[in-house]
Design a binder for this molecule. Structure first.
Ligand code: ADP
Length: 428
């Protein structure tokens, strides 16, 4: 039975949250999408067992009504599995519009849980996201001067989150200010009672340091719903330990042993990933596919399959990359159109991933968010048990996809994450 049930509005945010919980001593599983209700009804809860279950949706920018429906379905699945508290996780830059989706989803969940009141705290001080007097800062800049005002899908043009959330909800948004948060859990609880009595249903919680997040977490131990970024989860595991529900786990990130061959698939063209491929070149066999010279997914996959045939051997990972510098990416995009160019390479990477697993690869690093999405989908991965981090934000995970039911390791790396030697470090 999960103690904490989480609903995340995007895939990498879910992993980030899961990693935070593992660091704080909870075992965590990330589930991809809401398991169908029919499956749940026939065989009981199909959710994997862990102290925390995180259902990853892709609901950040879809129409608000759909985001609400998916989030409520996730909520039902988590409640059916026995979750005692729910966390709605969104981006630490509060990515949303006046139509939603943070407000409408939070309201719907609060109503379902008959929670009455929930805090909203996207602060993530480690990454420079802090909240003071309800205003969100990114590093030293207000949110609306941080570059987020130009985001293509969710431009954030107001740093005052009390106002932002008020526009997305039926009113009743207050502020849980720094002065109380700074004093600790007791003062926060007292102020929350006053906010509730004043008819507030949400309050933006100030937080400038991790200590503030820990105090907020402690103060919200009895709340049915908590909303925020991954940082707000930091203080929650201790509540469960204090209540005697969560045993001390030195091994929250322990994963089943997995043998088999190892490989890296890179579809990210970010500077960090290009650097990581550069470093790998000096140590490992690296195939660099040229999508511009061969703009055909099946042909690219064919080249990779022929190349890997003689090179996969125990104890030495191989690297297969479609990644290219900006001028070559632009040239392919000009030739095919932006979406078609991306789809072509993603299709090739998915097919190569399938071939690698068929050839016995059971430890696979994938570089690139979209690339990871297409690989996970092709392999038939439904959930990921979260292990220890290789570098901040990128844990090893364990999955039992259709294509490798005995289990395999996956590390799904957002393009810009990881140190230069990431591909070497992952296998050490
Ligand atoms: P990131 O996490 O860095 O954003 P993604 O995988 O999300 O990485 O996005 C990279 C996109 O670039 C994918 O759609 C991928 O298919 C595409 N891509 C990869 N290699 C090339 C290339 N050589 N030319 C054009 N597009 C490419």
């Amino acid at each position: 039975m999960p103690l904490l049930g989480c609903i995340a509005d995007d895939f990498t945010g879910a992993t980030d949250l899961a990693s935070t919980l593992v660091r704080q001593g909870m075992s965590a599983v990330q589930v991809i999408g809401v398991p169908p209700a029919a499956e749940r009804q026939s065989g009981g809860s199909p959710l994997p067992e862990a102290d925390a279950v995180i259902i990853a949706l892709k609901s950040r920018t879809i129409p608000a009504a759909e985001a609400v429906a998916q989030s409520l379905a996730a909520c039902e699945a988590l409640l059916a599995a026995g979750a005692r508290q729910l966390l709605f996780k969104y981006c630490s830059t509060f990515d949303s519009t006046d139509e939603g989706n943070i407000g409408p989803v939070a309201e719907a969940l609060l109503k379902r849980l008959e929670g009455g009141f929930a805090i909203a705290c996207p602060a993530f001080p480690t990454n420079g996201r802090t909240i003071y007097q309800g205003h969100l800062f990114v590093g030293g800049a207000l949110l609306n001067e941080s570059g987020m005002e130009n985001h293509p899908l969710t431009p954030m043009r107001d740093a005052n989150l009390v106002r932002v959330l008020s526009r997305q909800t039926e009113g009743g948004v207050g502020l849980l200010p720094f002065t109380f948060v700074e004093q600790g859990a007791g003062a926060i609880r007292h102020e929350v009672t006053k906010l509730r009595e004043a008819g507030r249903r949400f309050a933006i919680a100030d937080a400038v340091t991790d200590a503030h997040l820990m105090a907020l977490g402690e103060a919200c131990a009895s709340h049915a719903l908590i909303t925020g970024g991954s940082g707000i989860a930091m203080g929650l595991p201790e509540n469960f330990r204090r209540a005697g529900l969560l045993p001390a786990r030195g091994d929250a990130g322990a994963l089943p042993e997995v043998g088999g061959l190892a490989a890296v698939l890179a579809g990210s063209c970010s500077r960090a990933t290009l650097g990581q491929i550069g470093t790998a070149r000096d140590h490992l066999p690296v195939l660099e596919l040229d999508a511009l010279a061969t703009p055909d997914a099946a042909a690219l996959a064919g080249q990779a399959k022929a190349w890997m045939a003689g090179r996969l051997e125990a104890g030495r990972p191989v690297v297969i990359a479609a990644s290219a510098p900006p001028d070559r990416v632009e040239a392919l995009q000009k030739k095919l159109g932006r979406d078609a160019a991306g789809a072509l390479v993603e299709e090739a990477m998915a097919e190569i991933a399938e071939a690698l697993v068929a050839a016995g690869v059971r430890r696979l690093v994938v570089a690139g968010g979209e690339t990871s999405g297409s690989v996970v989908q092709r392999l038939g991965v439904r959930s990921l048990r979260i292990g220890a981090e290789i570098d901040p934000g990128v844990p090893w995970t364990h999955a039992t996809p259709d294509s490798a039911p005995e289990g395999m390791r996956l590390a799904l790396k957002s393009g810009n994450f990881g140190a230069r030697d990431f591909f070497l470090k992952a296998f050490q």
